[in-house]
Design a protein. Sequence first.
Length: 375
Amino acid sequence: MRRTPLILSLVAISAVAACGSKSDKSTAAGSAGPITVKASDTACEVARSQLDAGTHVFTIANKGSKVTEFYVYAEGDRVMGEVENITPGLSRELRVELPAGTYQTACKPGMVGNGIRNTLTVAGSAAPLSQDAALAQAVTSYTSYVVSQSEALEQRTGDFVSAVKAGDLAKAKQLYPVARTYYERIEPVAESFGDLDPKIDGREDDATAELPFTGFHKLEKDLWVTKDVSKDGAIADQLQADVKDLVAKAKTEKLTPLQLANGAKELLDEVATSKITGEEERYSHTDLWDFAANVDGSQAAVAALRPALEQRKPELVKQIDTAFTSVDSELAKYRDGDGWKLQNQLTQEQLKGLSDVINALAEPISKIAGVIAEK
Ligand SMILES: [Cu+2]
């Protein structure tokens, strides 16, 4: 909503341009202003199918009855931008930087499957946001964070998988949340490689014939519920192979400054929707490990963007720092040795306390994308 004056002025400019030149419809691709997306249970109406290269804002309105998601995919279903958990009646916005190319947009009513797809063609050239030295530096520094975390992920997954294969339940249970920490810290990047995320981090109720229940959560269930991992050798090997594949991809991934900004916000959405609720670690209840890891990842993205944000909006940085401090001190109440209390040991009141500080942090974090996209 704070964007309104900007949108109005951009719309006004493009209207003037349209009057002055008898431009044909195709130049509408260049007109600024948000691209509206009307999402319903059966349709995904994206207002434009052709855009000029550069930064664009999509405004997604969920007119359906199911919770939905919106994605912009590059070739091979590489995620350029996404918004999850858009509840019915709600509107969310997404800023994405798009160089020339062919993309697909997708709405996913019910948050499952391949979604309702449309082709989006982007033409021309625009100076990338990373032409700005501070933003380029942000990408470099966050990329090295992703590399270090993904290397640790591969190692820790190896330790965990070895314990599973050795049938050492106690050790595997101890190593499980540790390995997952590294995944959860870089989740927005980890999620951007097609089927790898569902294979590594998918839940039992999301499993399909093509993508059966595998990965961390299948082993979690067998460790905590079935208490039998004797038949999980192949699942364990597959997890290690998928993680290896993911790490190789993450290391060569070229990120944009907006992906950092959007990622910082997505991580907090993750906390709110799947950790506080206990949804993600439903068998082990180690959700607070993931919670802390998501917050770490968000903080790392903000740290990388800090010099650029200080230049553009120092007061936002102060607000974010204060909100992170509140999250840290609220979470610190649930420390337990080197780890965390179990999600199901917390009262509703305590969970509400955590959810309040996360919401208070998400608010200023959601402004980062807009601030760095402005020149
Ligand atoms: Cu996850």
